[in-house]
Design a protein around this ligand. Structure first.
Ligand code: NAP
Length: 482
């Protein structure tokens, strides 16, 4: 079978391809999922210019008409549902049910924000003065650059593209090189849905080259970035020099507190699910389980027993629960942290190795790994690993668990397992994370509410839900005497 080639999309045209890069299946590196055009700095500059030229007409179009294009794109994606799930598993490695769940979410996001086109709520309040009518309307901000990671290759592009477009902005999206196909499919659907030329532009290629070109492009007004703290913080510095609006969603070191009064079995399931599903490559994954002393030993044994039973392999196969790391660099990063932890703490309670042999040799499979008796000073209690490695930590009591949970620079997601209502509320009010769950895994969010972290995990307005409009639009305030 010929390997398909995927072009960049600039000003409504699929651009002729010169150089390409490979998108390989991390479960089987013999398989090239696609060849992608390697965009240049000049491509990025043209894309931002095209978006700038398209902005006046797109922003003047009635919101419901913009929404109708999003609905149409959602219908097109829906017709490709099975194909999109398969493609995502092949490019990113997550299991087919997880990939299909994410495709469903992306379609729902397009419909949710499509309907927002008929609302785009402003503000209308009574004036203190007689015969003065005062209100504020939402206006788009202009050309927005969207930079996305590989771990949710369709949901994250969807939750940036849909609100940006419905608010009346024009965009350039730069997808992650490790998994660009899912984002490309959204752009293809928008093209087929009849989006006017220049409104959406897609440029794949080196993050560093395209990132520099994007942040310097004169017509750019804002950047929404999801990825590592290192790149996000660099972008923030560059964007600030030009006073670009910027939104950053970055790393985490997310805790799950397990209290002695928790429903024990469900707490074990929730911690294993949040730590290892999607190979631990969710920004909201649990990487620290903070367990109350009274149930600590029993909990460690139960988590290790459950983890040892997880089925690892090619996510296309039925029954597989954990796929590979996304690429060799990601796998080596995970193995490096396992090595550091083994030196600092001792051998893991389970896992710890790259899987080899039939079905594994051509992929980047790492055993789900549990370290117990992890101290706050240990490296794996402080740094994001972004892989299937769980640190279990002992807490004296609820207060101690709260302190450990908050005592890190990150603040993305956090969870508590308890049947005590007062403790649950105490946790809700005192947790320093932006996204909290109670008696659920720390990962697994919906699109109807704001999403994002605090502290060094995030910067700027939240994504998703009604809050998404706050980044992608500005108020224009009007006082009118009649
Ligand atoms: P990454 O290396 O920072 O890459 C993210 C995106 O930035 C990719 O598209 C990448 O392109 C691009 N990029 C690289 N260098 C750049 C530069 N100099 N300027 C502009 N863009 C540049 O992160 P990742 O490894 O893909 O994703 C994993 C990280 O994302 C983790 O830290 C995870 O916690 C975080 N994450 C956070 C959230 C959240 O909502 N908080 C959600 C998902 C993931 P290339 O692929 O071409 O390098």
């Amino acid at each position: 079978m010929n390997t398909p080639t995927f072009s960049n999309y600039i000003n409504g045209e699929w651009v002729a391809v010169s150089k390409t890069f490979e998108n390989r299946n991390p479960a089987n590196t013999d398989e090239v999922v696609g060849l992608f055009a390697k965009g240049t700095a000049a491509d990025m500059t043209s894309a931002v210019e095209a978006a700038g030229a398209a902005f006046p007409a797109w922003s003047a179009m009635p919101g419901p008409a913009r929404g109708a294009i999003l609905f149409k794109a959602a219908d097109i994606l829906d017709k490709q549902f099975d194909q999109l799930g398969t493609e995502m598993t092949r490019e990113e490695g997550k299991t087919l049910p997880e990939a299909k769940g994410e495709v469903r979410r992306a379609i729902n996001i397009f419909r949710y924000f499509g309907s927002e086109g008929s609302r785009l709520p402003g503000l209308l309040v009574p004036s203190e003065r007689e015969r003065v009518h005062m209100f504020a309307i939402r206006k788009p901000i202009g050309v927005v650059g969207l930079i996305t990671p590989w771990n949710f290759p369709i949901a994250i592009p969807a939750w940036k593209l849909a609100p940006a477009l419905v608010c009346g902005n024009t965009v350039v999206i730069k997808p992650a090189s490790a998994a660009p196909l899912s984002a490309w499919r959204i752009v293809e659907a928008l093209h087929q849905a009849g989006i006017p030329k220049g409104v959406v532009n897609f440029v794949a290629g080196s993050g560093s080259e395209l990132g520099h070109a994007m942040v310097q492009a004169p017509a750019l007004k804002a950047i929404s970035f999801t990825g590592s703290c290192e790149i996000g913080n660099w972008l923030h510095g560059e964007a600030s020099k030009r006073r670009l609006r910027i939104q950053l969603e970055m790393g985490g070191k997310n805790p799950t507190i397990v209290l002695a009064d928790a429903d024990f079995n469900s707490a074990v399931e929730n911690v294993v699910n949040a730590s290892f599903f999607s190979t631990g490559q969710k920004c909201t994954a649990t990487s620290r389980a903070i367990v109350e002393d009274a149930i600590y030993d029993k909990f460690v044994d139960a988590v290790v027993a459950r983890t040892s039973k997880l089925k690892i392999g090619d996510g296309m196969k039925a029954g597989i629960e954990i796929g590979p790391a996304v690429d060799e660099a990601a796998m080596n990063g995970i193995l490096k942290y396992i090595d550091i932890a083994t030196k600092e703490i001792g051998a893991p309670k389970c896992g710890g190795k790259r899987l080899t042999g039939e079905g594994f040799d051509k992929g980047f499979f790492v055993e789900p790994t549990v370290f117990a008796d992890v101290k706050e000073s240990n490296t794996i209690a402080q740094e994001e690993i972004f892989g299937p490695v769980l640190a279990i930590m002992r807490a004296k009591d609820f207060e101690d668990a709260m302190r450990i949970a908050n005592n890190i620079p990150f603040g993305l997601s956090s969870s508590i397992q308890t049947t005590n209502l007062s403790r649950a509320f105490e946790y809700i009010y005192r947790s320093e994370a932006g996204l909290l769950t109670v008696n659920l895994p720390s990962a697994g969010v919906e699109y109807q509410l704001p999403f994002g972290g605090t502290k060094e995990s995030s910067f700027g307005p939240k994504e998703q839900g009604p809050a998404a409009l706050d980044f992608y639009s500005d108020y224009k305030t009007v006082y009118l005497k009649y």
